[in-house]
Ligand binder design. Structure first.
Ligand code: TRP
Length: 332
């Protein structure tokens, strides 16, 4: 039996090139060797989008199309919608008992996010507790692997603490500890040179961008502000065009020679931007074609089938957990 993977995304926006190098490419490969589940985490998205429910509804279909258009194959990967499995919400409630307030407050991922979002004391209990919801996501399917970036490692740790506590407390070995599958690609920077390509910072190239939009974003990219004349020596570090060439150009030797030329002087920004634009158009063209071939109806059917399959597993495991926790008796 291939080992199970659980991963997911919050449907708060369309997916972009940062997702492509950070997770999507991996998922396309992993579906051949693992039993892969991908969750569209709309309940988790609510924790910081409860005031914008329309955004979540809209993006569920967009995110699913992003998956399918890059080559995630619904025959090999189960795609599911979190909100349609109420068992996950139920399990979250039970897990709340197994985590202390102090421990949750020390979870570095949530701590950092609360600071970034400047929530301070007004952080909602729902947001604060989302690591527990994520632990329920992972464990209800008894997933063995969770592909994550380093910033999500504390989530895995938190999940495994719950698993150990549960198994020890109830003298069972039903819940499975999971392992992080670390992605080794470095994070893609934004077109403005900011640390991270992100939909909130509006500095990302989306998989669904038109050719014209991609070109415009490439030509907007931050390069080297001191590289004024073509003949000036230029700086490659922190230069967004070169970061993207590193991430996407297929010929690494060619990129190295472009870098050397740029450093020496004599290579203009327009030239390197044209090269990058060409590289990205080649990458995105087949993805666009795939996307155009997807009807809403087809995508909805895929989501329905995936959610149904995942739901059966969640129901079965939830029943066992209810029995273990002494809450299985039905009263009507
Ligand atoms: N927290 C993840 C993110 O923000 C999304 C997510 C929800 C997830 N549930 C998950 C990831 C379970 C891995 C496993 O991207």
């Amino acid at each position: 039996m291939p080992e199970k993977i659980l991963t997911g995304d919050r449907p708060t926006g369309k997916l972009h090139l940062g997702h492509y190098v950070g997770s999507l490419q991996n998922r396309v490969a992993l579906q051949h060797t693992h039993d892969q589940y991908i969750m569209i985490a709309d309940v988790q998205a609510l924790t910081d989008h409860f005031d914008r429910p329309g955004t979540i509804t809209e993006n569920i279909l967009e995110v699913a199309k992003d998956y399918l258009s890059v080559g995630i194959d619904p025959n090999q990967t189960t795609i599911l919608i979190q909100s349609n499995l109420p068992e996950i919400a139920e399990l979250t409630i039970y897990y709340l008992n197994l985590v202390s307030l102090g421990r949750l407050g020390r979870n570095p991922t949530v701590k950092t996010e609360i600071q970034q979002k400047e929530y301070k004391d007004s952080v909602s209990v729902g947001f604060f507790c989302y690591p527990i919801n994520q632990a329920a996501d992972i464990t209800i399917f008894q997933a063995e692997w969770v592909p994550v970036g380093v910033d999500q490692l504390p989530m895995i740790e938190q999940t495994n603490e719950i698993v150990r506590r549960f198994n020890r407390l109830y003298q069972v070995d039903f819940l499975k500890e999971c392992k992080a599958m670390l992605s080794h690609t470095s994070r893609l920077i934004g077109i403005d040179g900011k640390a991270k390509a992100s939909k909130t910072l509006n500095n990302a190239i989306f998989l669904s961008d038109t050719p014209a939009a991609v070109k415009q974003k490439v030509f907007q990219m931050y390069t080297d502000p001191n590289h004024i004349k073509v003949s000036d020596p230029g700086c490659v570090e922190g230069n967004v065009v070169f970061s993207y060439l590193d991430a996407f150009h297929l010929d690494k030797a060619e990129v190295e020679s472009l870098k050397a030329h740029y450093r020496r002087g004599g290579l203009g920004d327009v030239t390197i931007k044209n090269i990058l634009n060409h590289t990205l158009q080649l990458l995105l063209e087949p993805i666009r074609t795939q996307r155009a071939a997807l009807s809403d109806k087809m995508v909805q059917e895929i989501l329905q089938a995936g959610t149904q399959k995942a739901g059966l597993l969640a129901q079965k495991n939830m029943q066992t957990i209810r029995e273990i926790m002494g809450i299985a008796k039905r009263w009507f």
